[in-house]
Design a protein around this ligand. Structure first.
Ligand code: NAD
Length: 247
């Protein structure tokens, strides 16, 4: 395999399972050293770190809450002590608290905005001086197709994913002159534990809207992330790459 990320160090949030875990594995297969983060260590994250080690690259697991700036700053400090650089940041951690507006609580709104959006502010703020000194960086933020289309029952989640687009385009403008790129991936329906819990009729309804007539797999998103992390995309910034099978 032609390795696209050899010599790069990547930090990936919420990577203990799902899409983030697959991004970590695929990055490791492409030769990247990895800082894997999640709320806590789990069987799944332990298994991931073993797989990373078996692939012959360096890995560090850090447990913290991405929505807290002080915890993020401490994690970035630890990552820098271990690796001395961070070339790629993947802001992947995210949650849903789906319900209709009439039932949505203030907590449902605040939690989703804090984990999905504030976390990206936290990480970009903590890492920007490192990337500025390096004069290199690729920041990849995980949006969603519903941040573009909207979705009933997800006003908090779609608002958070739309906010990520504005945030990312602004970061791209602010840091572009220092060779720091910032792009968004907007996945459609991807099979993970996040979507596993949806009722079958919701899944069936989604399926009818997908041109390719299959749900996405974490590898579909991981391959898009490899492209954005690698020098293959080095003239792209401020973009939203939709990866949804043609929804
Ligand atoms: P997932 O629930 O399987 O994984 C999310 C991970 O984020 C988990 O490991 C979780 O522990 C972690 N996380 C949650 N809150 C955290 C916090 N406060 N601090 C640190 N880590 C935290 O979800 P997934 O399907 O793998 O989704 C990954 C990303 O992709 C999310 O941003 C999600 O919104 C986005 N996305 C997913 C889909 C899909 O269909 N699965 C579609 C569009 C976008």
């Amino acid at each position: 395999m032609n390795k696209l990320l050899t010599g790069k160090t990547a930090m990936i949030t919420g990577a203990g399972r799902g899409i983030g875990k697959q991004i970590a594995l695929t990055f490791a297969q492409h030769g990247a050293d990895l800082i894997v983060t999640d709320l806590k260590e789990t069987e799944s994250s332990i298994e991931l770190m073993k797989e990373i080690e078996n692939l012959g690259v360096k890995g560090l697991f850090l447990a913290y809450d991405v929505s807290k700036l002080d915890q993020t700053e401490a994690a970035v400090k630890q990552a820098m002590e271990a690796f001395g650089k961070i070339d790629v940041l993947v802001n992947n951690a995210g949650i849903t608290r789906d319900t209709l507006l009439m039932r949505m609580t203030e907590t449902d709104w605040d939690m989703v905005m804090n984990v999905n959006v504030k976390s990206i502010f936290n990480h970009t703020k903590a890492i920007q001086s490192i990337m500025l000194k390096q004069r290199f960086g690729s920041i990849i933020n995980m949006g969603s197709i519903v941040g573009i289309t909207g979705n009933a029952g997800q006003i908090n989640y779609s608002a958070s994913k739309a906010a990520i687009i504005g945030l990312s385009k602004s970061v791209a403008r602010e840091l572009g002159s220092r060779n720091i790129r910032c792009n968004v991936i907007a996945p459609g329906f991807i099979e993970t534990e996040m979507t596993h819990v949806l009722p079958q009729e919701v899944k069936d309804a989604y399926m009818k809207t997908i041109s390719l007539r299959r749900t996405g797999k974490p590898t579909d998103i991981a391959n898009t992330a490899v492209f954005l992390a690698s020098d293959l995309s080095d003239y792209m910034t401020g973009q939203v790459l939709v990866c949804d099978g043609g929804m």
